[in-house]
Design a protein around this ligand. Sequence first.
Ligand code: SIN
Ligand code: FE2
Length: 212
Amino acid sequence: MVMPLTIRGFRVFQGYLDSPAQEALVAGLREVARQAPFYAPVTPSGKPMSVRMTSAGRLGWVTDRGGYRYQAHHPEGMAWPPIPETVLDIWRAVSGVSRDPDCCLVNYYAEGARMGMHQDKDEGQFEWPVVSISLGDEGLFRMGNVARGGKTESLWLRSGDVVVMGGEARLAHHGVDRIRFGSSRLLPKGGRINLTMRVVDQGKTEQQPSSP
Ligand code: SIN
Ligand code: FE2
């Protein structure tokens, strides 16, 4: 296995996935998106996010006027599809823990999309890592501190890179300032996909009834 680069506790496996592995993941995600289409999320204050989002797994992470949370259904009411085995294989290889994640959040960055600095903190416990997989165009990933503000360090994440956010990095702020649209040919329409796998347990969850 490639040795990870460690930046502020973020363990970055550069070039972890070769092209065939990336293609296999994209095929699996196409099936996820067929069953649970990408949708346009809004923040609890009603601000549209620039990424498009869906999830796989027992729970999906969602945001709308009702808040940030995990729930068992897509906003349109269907159950989330299972996390593809190809994705779970990566978690099992790099997470260092013996249980599988509950959620795989899928974010799609089209041209101009970004993700503000935030912490992943809607899960029940923080001793489990979050594992991130990048596919498609390069994204400028910013790594900060557990407390808001302060110095940060940035790194371009490329298609096939895997990041493990555990230990001191588990609650560190992070975000994506911009993508280099058109820098990869993996996705036919361009853009960047990022997957993050999380153990949710008794996190901030809410069972919502299916849409009427
Ligand atoms: C996230 O923090 O949810 C996304 C990180 C990324 O896109 O690399
Ligand atoms: Fe995050």
